[in-house]
Ligand binder design. Structure first.
Ligand code: NAD
Ligand code: UFG
Length: 341
């Protein structure tokens, strides 16, 4: 019988790609999502790609009644991947309580219920934002955690502490914490991808919308940083590569291969790419021009950060494989799909 996994936030960007990879790997998936930042149509995309429509509960992970009912109905859930969270850095500064409440109460509810329902482990979506501005690059998992620069970033730091404290207290569960660098791209089928929500804050959705003529021009936020071309550097990780890491992590957790009850992995390519290099990669890969101007630095931006992914490469046996040009082509195909809908 297939092993059943609960994916919270499973109709979201990273969640939907992970559901595809879990189903392709033979897992049975139950999604819970309150559709606060996604829509029900994502299930159609998942079904078209995999031939399987995952079980879906529309509900809030912060609501214990809903969660209890879900675990009663699916008493054989063995693992959880917790994507459900609010993730807009700027909004978190405006509405900190929304972020502390949504991101922390949801996690606490899940942790609290796991032992009772015999759920063995939880994979948690963290972020390289916990490192702040690194002292050295590439940055590995032993680097110090810096003071968070936003309530959103703080929820990731606190979530990691909550998981550690709970398991240290003797709770009979395990956890794998995954620190994502910058997830980009879409499924190669162009049937699922990142859903735009108003004017995008993130680079790739803004770039693809500009290439499509929806936005007049892309502003590169600063070219006077201490980097080779003056623009910021990030580790752009393909979302399908990222999704696959969750399948490997889940197997490791359920097969009791963990050497520690809580393990932390960076998920990145190990390669830093500047904003200008990324624009260039997009233009080369798609042949589509992206009008851009150089603007002021964006407040709060980190100058440069990229991952040391050796731990994930060796311990998980996972590696980011997608060439950036392919990732850019997939992001563009997804943009075109959204317009033709
Ligand atoms: P997303 O917004 O696309 O997906 C999150 C999903 O969770 C959405 O479908 C939303 O409707 C749902 N959700 C939110 N709160 C919920 C709740 N209380 N109950 C039920 N459903 C809820 O975001 P994403 O980019 O797929 O991110 C997934 C996870 O990865 C988040 O925890 C995010 O903080 C983390 N992360 C994302 C990035 C990134 O750049 N995308 C980087 C690092 C970490
Ligand atoms: N950028 C531009 N122009 C834009 C948008 C972005 O030049 O219109 C630049 C930014 O200044 C930055 C780079 O592109 O240098 C990447 O910016 P994003 O907003 O795409 O991503 P961030 O690295 O700022 O943050 C993202 C997520 C956070 C997460 C972090 C680490 O938004 O939630 O990655 O995972 F915490």
């Amino acid at each position: 019988m297939a092993t059943k996994i609960l994916v919270t936030g499973g109709t979201g960007y990273i969640g939907s790609h992970t559901v595809v990879e879990l189903q392709n790997a033979g897992f049975e998936v139950v999604i819970i999502d309150n559709l606060s930042n996604s829509n029900i149509g994502v299930l159609d995309g998942i079904e078209q790609i995999t031939g399987i429509r995952p079980a879906f509960v529309e509900g809030d992970v912060c609501d214990k009644t809903t969660l209890n009912a879900l675990f009663e109905a699916h008493s054989d859930i063995k693992g959880i991947i917790n994507f459900a969270a609010s993730k807009a850095v700027g909004e978190s500064v405006e509405k900190p309580l929304k972020y502390y409440s949504n991101n922390l109460v949801s996690l606490i509810n899940l942790l609290d219920m796991m032992p009772h329902y015999g759920v063995k482990g939880i994979v948690f979506s963290s972020s390289c934002t916990v490192y702040g501005e690194p002292d050295v690059n590439p940055i590995d998992e032993t680097a110090p955690i810096k003071v968070a620069t936003s309530p959103y970033g703080n929820t990731k730091q606190i979530s990691e502490e909550i998981i550690n404290d709970y398991i240290r207290s003797g709770a009979a569960i395990k956890s794998i914490i995954l620190r994502y660098f910058n997830p980009v791209g879409a499924h190669p089928s162009a049937l699922i991808g990142e859903l735009p929500n108003g004017v995008p804050n993130n680079l790739i959705p803004y770039l693809t919308q500009t290439a499509a003529g929806i936005r007049k021009q892309l502003t590169v936020f600063g070219n006077d940083y201490n980097t080779p071309d003056g623009s910021c550097i990030r580790d752009f990780i393909d979302v399908v590569d990222l999704a696959k890491a969750h399948v490997v992590a889940m197997r490791r957790m359920l097969e009791n291969d963990q050497t520690e009850a809580v393990e932390v992995f960076n998920l990145g390519t190990g390669r830093g790419l500047s904003v200008l290099e990324l624009i260039d990669a997009f233009q080369r890969a798609t042949g589509v021009a992206v009008p851009y101007v150089i603007g002021e630095r964006r407040a709060g931006d980190i100058e440069q950060i990229w991952a040391e992914p050796t731990k994930a490469n060796t311990v998980l046996g996972w590696r980011a494989e997608m060439p950036i040009e392919d990732t850019m082509r997939h992001a563009w195909a997804w943009q075109l799909h959204l317009q033709n809908k």
